[in-house]
Every structure is written in C-alpha cells, then in structure tokens.
Design a protein around this ligand. Structure first.
Ligand code: IMP
Length: 175
C-alpha cells in the first residue's frame, strides 16, 4: 500500500482517482434517474469547502439543469470534530419551495449535516436529499440523517484529499 507523508502524519492511499470517478459516475447515475426530465430547477447545495471537488465532478455528469448554491459550516479542528458547528456563510440563494440536493464531502458524527438540514428546513424547501462522497457511519452521533446517495463507506479513520483537508491543506489531491 502506497504511503504518503503529509505534514506530521503518514497516510496510505485508500481510494484512487479511478475508484472515485467510478463512484461519482454511479452516484450521478442515481441522481439523474431521480431528477432527469424534471420541470423545476433543483438546487445543488455545495457545503464549502470540502465538497467543492465532489460538487464539480457530480454536476459535470448531470443530465438536468440545476442551480449551484453554497453555504459554509465549520466544526473540525485538526483531525477531529469539536461538535460545535458554526455557520460561517449563509445560503447564497433563496431555496423556498425548491428541491435541494445537499452535497457533502463526508458525514462523520453527522452534527454538521444535521445543522445544515435544520437551517434548510427553516427556509421551507420542497424537499431535501443528501449526497455524500464518503460516509463514516461508525462515528455517527445523530440518528436523524438519511443519506440517499453515497460514494464510499469508510472506516473511522481520518482521510484527506479530493476536497477534504488536514488543517486546510491537501484538498487538491486527486485521490
Ligand atoms: P461531522 O459534523 O462530524 O459529520 O463532520 C463533518 C465535516 O467534518 C465534514 O464535512 C468535513 O469537512 C470534516 N471531516 C469529517 N471527517 C473528516 C476526515 O476524515 N477528514 C477531513 N475532514 C473531515
């Protein structure tokens, strides 16, 4: 297994670019099946910063028009969640009455996504579905989240790359 040293930690390559691309193809295929030929313009909500790569790759594969909206929440410091979720950037467009697809990089404890969903509901969207590139279900501390579209289930280990950071670095890694 290929080892990579980033700052003070050694990582191993767990998911290759090719595997990520194939997983995103599969997720996009499911979303297309649900939204293709729709009369509305669904909102694709990019939860910054971690989801930028996944959002861009997903929308390239869409066979329907969507509006990209962003928001930003913070809770992670170093390699762990503080459990204290703060909204650093409000929604960049009105979502009232719209169908929303939330795009996450990873769901760990679930506190961040739970907060996102609570905020979204306060604006009365028509529906909310969740797409997450990675899911760490063994770390979950909330039980009200339903992830409709998931790329990979990963074990309870800290991962970086493809949008995910370690102290704001390494988001650019294509694996
Ligand atoms: P949660 O609130 O614990 O579910 O954490 C969600 C957010 O924490 C994600 O959107 C990521 O930004 C960050 N995060 C969680 N796990 C990891 C990881 O393994 N690597 C990098 N960031 C992570």
């Amino acid at each position: 297994m290929e080892k990579i040293t980033l700052k003070d930690k050694t990582f191993r390559k767990v998911i290759s670019y090719e595997q990520l691309s194939a997983a995103i193809d599969a997720v996009a295929c499911k979303i297309n099946a649900d939204f293709k030929n729709c009369d509305d313009v669904p909102v694709l909500l990019c939860v910054l910063n971690g989801s930028i790569m996944f959002t861009a790759e997903l929308m390239k594969r869409f066979q329907f028009n969507c509006q990209v909206v962003s928001t930003k929440l913070t809770s992670y410091e170093g390699t762990g969640s503080t459990g204290n979720v703060k909204q650093a950037l409000g929604l960049t467009a009105d979502i009232q009455g719209r169908r929303v697809i939330v795009v996450e990089d990873i769901v760990d404890t679930g506190f961040t996504l739970s907060t996102v969903v609570k905020i979204l509901k306060s604006y009365n969207p028509a529906s909310i579905e969740i797409a997450s590139l990675l899911d760490k279900p063994s770390m979950r501390k909330v039980d009200d989240l339903k992830l409709k579209y998931v790329g990979f289930v990963v074990p309870a280990e800290f991962v970086v790359g493809y949008g995910l950071d370690y102290n704001e670095l390494y988001r650019q890694l294509p694996y």
